[in-house]
Design a protein around this ligand. Structure first.
Ligand code: COA
Length: 254
């Protein structure tokens, strides 16, 4: 069975990350499937709104760490960057529902969603520095834009997790709900948007975000180039090895 489930009902296409045993960590093949799913949803006239969700206990543990070692992105055309670019340019509204951990790209992808709802068990983190790598998905532009510089620096230079309440306060999420109610609520919100006049919704999203897209794509590519390089350097090698060996990384001298 695929690690990504796709379901469409009344104009709402729902993409569910479903790799429970690995906390919905994303592999390069999953990114490829997600990029394709976004392109399909963009082109399908039956789809008016997209929903992105995980399970009731985990949204996404970020990039699969083993994949970073065994199958690292080695150019800006890697599937991870195809997914990110498809997300940046996606023209229809995206509603996200986040329960449990949202790590790395699990948090940064939310910056490209239009409505983000979190359960009270949601925990967000962007621990790129802890892995010897750098921000992606244009988060180096969008995190300071959303949170303000100091809070962005705290999230990205320390890489520490923050809870749903803090995410609400900084404007990363719209509302907090109990985990058992989140999925149904997200579907109701998506259905509300899907019932609005199609052209008006598309033009509104375009007016809200369209003018930022060229700068975001440029930053996505800049970050991608750097990430490909940093993954080859000793700090990332040590961090990934430490994760596999279930120990703290030793960055002394790096
Ligand atoms: N890549 C690969 N495997 C991962 C993973 C990842 N990003 N995140 C979790 N897993 C695996 C664990 O290795 C473990 O596998 P195992 O059962 O074969 O040992 C399994 O998923 C369960 O993870 P575990 O850490 O026991 O779950 P938890 O509920 O205690 O913690 C997280 C969940 C997400 C907080 C924690 O797994 C984590 O911090 N993961 C790493 C996140 C990360 O750094 N991602 C990269 C960001 S760029």
């Amino acid at each position: 069975m695929s690690d990504i489930l796709i379901h469409t009902e009344s104009g709402v296409r729902t993409i569910t990350l479903s790799r429970h045993d690995k906390k919905n960590a994303l592999t390069s093949s999953m990114y490829g499937e997600l990029a394709q799913a976004l392109r399909d949803a963009e082109l399908s006239p039956d789809v008016r709104v997209l929903v992105l969700q995980g399970s009731e206990t985990v949204f996404c543990a970020g990039n699969d760490i083993y994949d970073f070692t065994q199958n690292p992105p080695n150019s800006e055309d890697a599937t991870v960057f195809q997914f990110i670019e498809a997300l940046v340019v996606f023209p229809k509204p995206i509603v996200a529902g986040v329960c449990g951990p949202a790590v790395g790209i699990g948090t940064t992808l939310l910056l490209h969603c239009d409505l983000v709802y979190a359960a009270d068990n949601a925990v967000f983190s962007m621990p790129f520095v802890n892995l010897g790598i750098c921000p992606e998905a244009a988060s180096s532009i969008l995190v300071p834009n959303v949170m303000g510089y100091q809070r962005a620096a705290q999230a990205l230079l320390l890489g520490e997790p923050f809870m749903a309440e803090a995410a609400l306060e900084v404007g990363l999420v719209n509302q907090i709900l109990p985990p058992t109610e989140l999925k149904a609520f997200v579907q109701r919100q998506a259905a509300k948007v899907a019932a609005k006049p199609k052209r008006s919704v598309l033009e509104t999203k375009k007016l809200l975000k369209g003018h930022h897209i060229p700068a975001l794509l440029e930053r996505v590519r800049e970050e991608a180039k750097l990430l490909v390089q940093l993954l080859k350097e000793p700090a990332a090698k040590e961090a990934l090895k430490a994760f596999e060996e279930k120990r703290k990384p030793q960055f002394e001298g790096l």
